[in-house]
Design a binder for this molecule. Structure first.
Ligand SMILES: Cc1cc2nc3c(=O)[nH]c(=O)nc-3n(C[C@H](O)[C@H](O)[C@H](O)COP(=O)(O)OP(=O)(O)OC[C@H]3O[C@@H](n4cnc5c(N)ncnc54)[C@H](O)[C@@H]3O)c2cc1C
Length: 391
């Protein structure tokens, strides 16, 4: 077992760290306050390969492993959580097109998504279908050699500002919508297709450098060739995307918490109270000790889950769920303790701590809530012999 990073991985981290320090961190507070979606910076990130990290090289992506991608996303999140998190969603949607689209579809959509010139959204959640995503009601009615989409999506990251939508919808034929998860297919839809309209930009607690909107599909006609994979495979494809997505949400939470921890470790030496630095108090020292311990554990868990996903380990889904649950809970706690260590300065916007806390909170909610992660884990653990295998 080797816990050391190799030379390539060290170089990836260094490149991402430099980009985060130069292109993200100096602007993160302003993007948050003004709700700016920095498309030009996303294009710049595309130039470095960050918008297509695990898209196969054969399609023009970087072809990195999930583990290597997680190292990069962690660093980017240290610069701006919200912008890095959008990059992960774009990476996930692009990977789905690159992996499950046919050649014509890949040629049509991938090059400009890889370069970051165009951006993608992942559209699964609906107003009535969140945790129970397989109950979604958006339909794709078969009409000759086309599908006609009708329905509504909610909480879609990037929506209204992205160019390509990966949409999960229920196929309907003469007998009506097909039931269950096997009735769902995935489609690649140009974001400006006739019949698509967008809701208002949601006012959010965090993740303010990327817009979130509802989408309505009204008789949106798309060629049958824009389906990903076979008919009825859409939910499986969406969940495959989310396995990697959960690693990304976990690793960006770790990166954010690391930034909060770094700031705290510096601050306790600077801040003077009772005649000396607050680092003299054992309660402060122990807080930093626990934050560091928990964060190192979370990071290792994310990397282990990413390695299992790379190795197509049979229990990879469970490891991804455990990593997402654990790392995002730890990250929130670390950011919260960092606010506490900064006292009143932790609560004001002049310092980044309150932003880290607001940004990281949603990582416990999306790409499957942490309760749904527990559902996935416990369902497996309750099977005979599972605890012999999941260790
Ligand atoms: C900022 C933001 C960005 C998002 N971006 C996207 C996106 O790009 N694409 C996309 O498709 N979606 C996106 N989402 C949607 C997100 O994935 C959902 O909000 C999430 O899956 C939860 O669904 P819900 O909000 O409907 O909550 P609900 O499913 O209604 O859950 C409410 C509560 O009930 C609990 N609960 C539900 N079922 C169970 C159960 N079986 N056992 C125990 N507890 C349960 C949940 O854990 C939660 O605490 C985004 C959400 C936000 C806030």
């Amino acid at each position: 077992m080797d816990f050391e990073l190799d030379d390539d991985q060290v170089a990836y981290i260094e490149t991402a760290r430099q980009f985060a320090a130069k292109a993200l961190a100096p602007h993160a507070a302003e993007w948050d306050a003004e709700a700016v979606f920095p498309k030009d910076v996303l294009r710049e990130a595309g130039g470095l390969g960050f918008m297509a990290l695990y898209t196969p090289e054969s399609v023009g992506g970087m072809g990195l492993s999930r583990l290597d991608a997680s190292l990069i996303f962690e660093e980017l999140a240290g610069g701006c959580t919200s912008t890095a998190a959008f990059m992960t969603i774009h990476n996930m949607a692009l990977w789905m097109i690159a992996s499950f689209g046919d050649e014509a579809l890949r040629e049509q959509f991938c090059p400009t998504l890889i370069s970051g010139e165009k951006l993608a959204s992942y559209c699964l959640t609906e107003p009535g279908a969140g945790s129970d995503a397989a109950s979604l009601r958006t339909t794709a009615r078969i009409d000759g050699d086309a599908y006609v989409l009708n329905g509504q999506k909610a909480f879609i990251s990037g929506a209204g500002d992205t160019d390509v939508l990966v949409v999960m919808a229920r196929v309907a034929d003469g007998k009506g919508p097909r039931p269950g998860a096997k009735g769902i297919s995935s489609f690649v839809v140009p974001a400006d297709a006739d019949g698509i309209s967008y809701g208002r930009k949601e006012a959010k607690m965090g993740w303010n450098s990327q817009p979130t909107r509802a989408i309505t599909f009204e008789d949106v006609r798309i060629p049958a060739g824009q389906r990903l994979g076979a008919e009825g495979e859409g939910f499986r494809i969406a969940m495959k995307g989310l396995d990697g997505g959960r690693i990304n949400i976990a690793t960006t939470a770790v990166g954010t918490a690391q930034a909060a921890l770094d700031a705290s470790a510096r601050y306790v030496h600077e801040r003077q109270q009772f005649g000396g630095p607050i680092s003299q108090f054992q309660s402060v020292q122990f807080k930093l000790a626990d934050m560091t311990t928990d964060l190192v554990a979370a990071r290792q868990m994310v990397r282990m889950a990413a390695s299992r996903l790379d190795a197509q380990h049979p229990e990879a889904t469970v490891y991804c769920a455990m990593a997402k649950r654990f790392a995002t809970d730890v990250a929130f706690e670390v950011c919260n303790e960092a606010v506490q260590l900064h006292g009143g300065y932790g609560y004001i916007r002049e310092y980044p701590l309150e932003r880290h806390l607001r940004d990281v909170r949603v990582h416990q909610i999306l790409e499957g809530t942490n309760e749904i992660m527990r559902v996935i884990i416990s369902r497996r653990v309750l099977m005979e012999g599972a605890t012999e295998v999941i260790r």
